[in-house]
Design a protein around this ligand. Structure first.
Ligand SMILES: C[S@@+](CC[C@H](N)C(=O)[O-])C[C@H]1O[C@@H](n2cnc3c(N)ncnc32)[C@H](O)[C@@H]1O
Length: 198
């Protein structure tokens, strides 16, 4: 990336960071959110290869996420959620009121797909989980990133991440964290795992 673009990215992130610290509401300051909002998103923001992000499942606590990326004009931050009562929390003009798997026919390819907090929150049985991982794989470009966020309480986790690795993905460093899997300090064992599509 040339120096003008670097300066622009830095300036843009400075604005987004200010927004995050001073304006963004409502924020859930739980350890899992802090990792997502203060480590993962800034790293994605600074990555010049990221132009399209699909964030799956929305709530009032995620409603300001699209604004983080607003100062990067070459990034589209899209959201999907089938619930009509959640639509108002989606990205303005880029929210799809549907299960994200339904977008696979007409929306790909994405650079990044984030499936955080959807397992056991609407994507529940093994078949749904498998289908969602297969859909994400189909919808990512080659080299694209799948970021999972799920509760891991010892022997019981919301999703079997070993199975994800075995379904055509390779483990990848979590942006801003540097490891393929990271268990946050949240008492529910909220963990992030990243995979790339080879
Ligand atoms: C815990 S909430 C919010 C999750 C949000 N991603 C976050 O980080 O807070 C779970 C939401 O995910 C949505 N959801 C679950 N499975 C989904 C799927 N396959 N496609 C789109 N939305 C889904 C549900 O409808 C629900 O509104």
């Amino acid at each position: 990336m040339g120096s003008t673009a670097t300066v622009r990215t830095r300036a843009g992130w400075a604005l987004s960071a200010l927004y995050l610290r001073r304006i963004a509401r409502p924020r859930l300051m739980t350890p899992d959110r802090v990792v997502l909002e203060e480590r993962i998103f800034p790293s994605l923001y600074r990555d010049p290869s990221v132009h399209r992000i699909l964030f799956v499942g929305v709530s009032e606590f995620t409603s300001w996420y699209p604004a983080i990326f607003r100062t990067r004009r070459d990034v589209a931050f899209e959201t999907a959620d089938p619930r009509s009562d959640a639509a108002r929390y989606g990205a303005r003009g880029a929210h799809w009121q549907t299960r994200f798997e339904e977008l696979r026919a007409h929306r790909p390819p994405y650079d990044v797909i984030v499936l955080n907090g959807i397992f056991e929150y609407g994507t529940d049985d093994e078949d749904e989980k498998r289908t969602s991982i297969a859909a994400a794989r189909e919808m990512l470009r080659t080299g694209g990133l799948l970021l999972l966020g799920y509760r891991d309480r010892g022997p019981v986790a919301d999703i079997d991440v070993a199975a994800v690795g075995a379904s055509g993905f390779e483990e990848a460093p979590i942006p801003g964290v540097g490891r393929a899997r990271y268990r946050t300090e949240h008492p529910n064992g909220h963990t992030y795992a990243a995979f790339s599509k080879p």
